[in-house]
Design a protein around this ligand. Structure first.
Ligand code: GLU
Length: 478
C-alpha cells in the first residue's frame, strides 16, 4: 500500500501542525504548546542477531513523547519503512489519544526496521528478544515506565516473547506481567484485547450515529444499516472493524483495499472469506466473492458513504484529497490523513472522525490489562456470582409479586453475571462514548472550533497543559 506521497512536511511535523492549530483555536499559550510538542526521549538501538543468512544488524527506536503520567504507553511496530520521524509522530499521537480517552498514561511508540516475512519464527523470536533486552537494559521496558503493545507487524506472540525476556532479566519483579500488554490470554493477557481497536472503531461509529445532528453534517441518512463502506487494510484493526460492522450493524463493505489490489462487491463482501483468502493466498487476486482490480490507489477515491483507512499513515494526502468522494472518513489507522489533506477535506466539507478518538480502543483495553496485571486478579472475580444471585432473587420476587413467569430470554439476561469480556467491552464502549461526548461539548462551547480533530486535540492539549502546569513547566491561560 505504498500510497504515500511526498508532502511538504514530515509525519511528525504534520502532527505538530495539528497541535499548533488546536492551540490557536483554544487560545492556549504557544509556549505551552512548545513544551507539549517536544518528545522527552528517543532511543535508537542497533543490535546484531545471527539469522539464516549470517549476522544481521537491526535498527529500532523507542520514542517517549510524554511522561506526565506513567507508564509511557504505545505500540511496537515491526515494518520495513519504520524510521525515527514516524516513531516520534506516533508517540505524540499516543499522548493525545491517552489524554482524550482519559487513560492515565504518557505516550510512547517503538519501531523495528524489519520485514517480518523474511524470517522464520525462531529467528523472529531471537530478534524480538534481543530488541526487548536492549530496551530493558536501558530502562525502556518496565511495568512502571515503558510498556509496549502490539502494532503493525506484531501481535500477542511477540508480546509474550517480550514478557518472557523481561521476566528472565527481572525475576523478582512482582509486577513483571505488566511490562507489556496485548499478551495471549493464558499468559497474563485480557479477553477482548486482540479485537479491541476494531471493536472501538465500531463503538465510535455507533456512537456517532446516535446523534442525528452530527450525522447531518455528513449529508448521510440516519442509521448505520446498509451504509456503503470502503475499508483500506485488512490487518488486525481493519479486519475486526469490518467484521463487527458488517455482522452486527449490517453495513455493506463494498470494497476492501489491500497491498496487491482491491476487491469489490456492491452487495457487500463476506469479510471472513476475504481474510481467509488473504491468509491462504497471500493476497486478494484469487478472491472469488467479488471483483478484483490491481488499482488500489484509485479505490480510495471511489464513491461510498464511509471510508475507513485502517492501514498506514499518510494514505490520504495533498494529491488525492481533492478526489476523495466518501462523505465520512473514519480513521482506524494512525495518521492516515496528512495535515495538508485534512485542510483540503475540511474545506470540502468531508467529515473526519479522527484517529486519536477512533482507534483509542487498543490502548484502552491495554490499560485494563495493565491494571489487571497489577491487581493480580481478573476483573469480576469477586462480584460475578454475587450479581447472579442478586439477579435470581430479584426475578423470584418479581414473579412472586406479579404471579407471572418471566420469559426465558429476559430471565437469562437478568441472571447473567458479567464475564471479564463483558466488563472489558462495557469499559471500552463507555470510553469511546465519553470521549465523543467531550468532543461534542468542546465544539459546543468553542464557536471557533468546527471539526472533531481540532476539538479532540484541544481536549488532549488542555489536559496535558494542566499536568505540565501542575509541575510548573508551563503556563495555562484559559
Ligand atoms: N498500537 C496501538 C495504538 O496505536 C495500541 C497501543 C497500546 O495498547 O499501548 O494505539
Amino acid at each position: 500500500m505504498a500510497n504515500q506521497k511526498q508532502e511538504s512536511m514530515s509525519f511528525r511535523e504534520g502532527v505538530e501542525r495539528m497541535v499548533d492549530r488546536a492551540t490557536l483555536a483554544a487560545g492556549l499559550d504557544t509556549n505551552t504548546a512548545r513544551v507539549i510538542k517536544a518528545s522527552s526521549a528517543v532511543l535508537q538501538i542497533r543490535f546484531p542477531v545471527k539469522v539464516h543468512s549470517g549476522v544481521e544488524v537491526f535498527t529500532g527506536w523507542w520514542s517517549v513523547h510524554s511522561t506526565h503520567r506513567l507508564p509511557a504507553k504505545g505500540g511496537l511496530r515491526f515494518a520495513p519503512h519504520v524510521n525515527q520521524d514516524e516513531t516520534e509522530a506516533l508517540s505524540a499521537l499516543m499522548s493525545y489519544k491517552c489524554a482524550l480517552a482519559d487513560i492515565p498514561f504518557g505516550g510512547a511508540k517503538g519501531g523495528l526496521m524489519i520485514n517480518p516475512s523474511h524470517y522464520n519464527e525462531d529467528e523472529l523470536r531471537d530478534i524480538t528478544r534481543h530488541f526487548a533486552q536492549e530496551l530493558a537494559r536501558r530502562g525502556f521496558l518496565d511495568p512502571a515506565t515503558n510498556v509496549p503493545a502490539p502494532d503493525m507487524g506484531t501481535s500477542a506472540r511477540e508480546m509474550s516473547w517480550i514478557a518472557d525476556t523481561y521476566k528472565s532479566l527481572y525475576p523478582e519483579d512482582i509486577n513483571q506481567d505488566a511490562c507489556v500488554t496485548g499478551k495471549p490470554v493464558n499468559r497474563g493477557g485480557i479477553p477482548g484485547r486482540t479485537e479491541a481497536t476494531g471493536k472501538g472503531v465500531q463503538y465510535a461509529l455507533q456512537e456517532f450515529f446516535r446523534h442525528p445532528d452530527e450525522v447531518a453534517k455528513t449529508g448521510l441518512s440516519d442509521g448505520l444499516t446498509d451504509k456503503r463502506v470502503v475499508i483500506q487494510g485488512l490487518g488486525n484493526v481493519g479486519y475486526h472493524a469490518a467484521k463487527f460492522l458488517s455482522e452486527e450493524d449490517n453495513v455493506k463493505i463494498v470494497a476492501v483495499i489491500e497491498r496487491d489490489g482491491v476487491v469489490y462487491n456492491e452487495e457487500g463482501l463476506n469479510i471472513h472469506d476475504v481474510r481467509q483468502c488473504m491468509v491462504e493466498q497471500g493476497g486478494l487476486r484469487d478472491f472469488t466473492g467479488g471483483q478484483f482490480s490491481e488499482n488500489h490507489h484509485e479505490a480510495l477515491e471511489m464513491e461510498c458513504d464511509i471510508l475507513i483507512p485502517a492501514a498506514l499513515e499518510s494514505q490520504i494526502h495533498a494529491d488525492n484529497a481533492m478526489r476523495i468522494q466518501a462523505k465520512l472518513i473514519v480513521e482506524a489507522a494512525n495518521g492516515p490523513v496528512t495535515y495538508e489533506a485534512d485542510e483540503i477535506l475540511r474545506r470540502r466539507g468531508i467529515v473526519m472522525l479522527p484517529d486519536v478518538w477512533v482507534n483509542a480502543g487498543g490502548v484502552t483495553v491495554s490499560y485494563f490489562e495493565w491494571s489487571r496485571n497489577l491487581s493480580h486478579m481478573r476483573f469480576g472475580r469477586l462480584q460475578r456470582r454475587f450479581d447472579e444471585l442478586r439477579g435470581a432473587n430479584y426475578l423470584r420476587a418479581l414473579e412472586d409479586v406479579s404471579g407471572q413467569e418471566v420469559p426465558a430470554k429476559i430471565r437469562s439476561q437478568i441472571v447473567h453475571g458479567a464475564s471479564e469480556l463483558d466488563l472489558v467491552r462495557s469499559g471500552l464502549d463507555d470510553t469511546m462514548r465519553s470521549a465523543f461526548s467531550d468532543i461534542r461539548d468542546t465544539i459546543k462551547h468553542n464557536p471557533e472550533i468546527h471539526d472533531y480533530r481540532t476539538a479532540a486535540f484541544v481536549i488532549a492539549i488542555r489536559k496535558l497543559a494542566q499536568s505540565y502546569y501542575d509541575l510548573g513547566l508551563a503556563e495555562v491561560r484559559e
